[in-house]
Design a protein around this ligand. Structure first.
Ligand SMILES: Cc1cc2nc3c(=O)[nH]c(=O)nc-3n(C[C@H](O)[C@H](O)[C@H](O)COP(=O)(O)O)c2cc1C
Length: 202
């Protein structure tokens, strides 16, 4: 792989939030999931678990249930009913109308166990980081397939609701949702902070 095409490919990825209605073939979806599992992970324990929401019915079930939690959270911020309804509906329809979605979950059962909080917290974070890396790989693989994707954080705010709505295995902890589909609109590149703001060179 020569570097320039690779960097062009990295730079051309966007978070895609509007999709064509075209379905994603199962073959492509599995290739993208397989690529996600090529990600590095702490102790190679691969704590990622994926729930593929290939049907609109499954996405609707998730969106409806998460929408109730989202609504309560927004109302508790003191927002107006109209404002809250509008925002909840936008989030709901985005999930339902995406051609596919992949819920990223964390399974801690094969991670190490410590009896002190400091190391246990570090171990937990390593597992979360590993799942996030798999999510990054998944987004990049989707881009390589000509698909677009966006990471939606909502499940992290409604873990128990998501587990119940999708009948997840008890050990699976929802982390994020990736919506996938062929892009209807590719937005302009979002700005990045200059390196001199984010790099400490010693
Ligand atoms: C952990 C995480 C959570 C995100 N949550 C959301 C979200 O809930 N809704 C959304 O529209 N985009 C979400 N995004 C996408 C970011 O907004 C997006 O990556 C960022 O604005 C940069 O744009 P780009 O991906 O097109 O370069 C999330 C991204 C990450 C990594």
């Amino acid at each position: 792989l020569s570097t320039q095409p690779f960097f062009n490919y990295l730079h051309s990825r966007r978070s895609i939030r509007r999709f064509l209605p075209d379905p994603i073939s199962e073959e492509v979806l599995w290739r993208v999931l397989e690529a996600a599992t090529r990600s590095p992970s702490a102790h190679n324990r691969q704590p990622w678990r994926f729930t593929v929401l290939a049907t609109q019915e499954s996405r609707r079930r998730l969106a409806d249930e998460m929408g109730l939690d989202f609504r309560n959270d927004l109302l508790s911020d003191g927002r107006s009913f109209d404002d809250v309804d509008r925002q909840v509906e936008k989030s709901r329809s985005r999930i339902i109308e995406a051609p596919a979605a992949v819920l990223l979950n964390l399974d801690l059962s094969e991670m190490d166990l410590y009896n002190d909080e400091k190391r246990q917290t570090a171990e937990y974070l390593m597992a979360v980081q590993s799942v996030a890396m798999a999510g990054g790989y998944l987004l990049l693989a989707a881009h390589a397939e000509g698909l677009g994707g966006v990471w939606i954080c909502a499940p992290l705010f409604a873990k128990e609701t998501v587990k119940r709505a999708l009948l997840l295995p008890e050990e699976w902890e929802p982390q994020g949702l990736i919506l996938l589909g062929f892009p209807a609109k590719v937005p302009a590149s979002r700005p990045r902070r200059p390196l001199n703001e984010v790099v400490q060179l010693l």
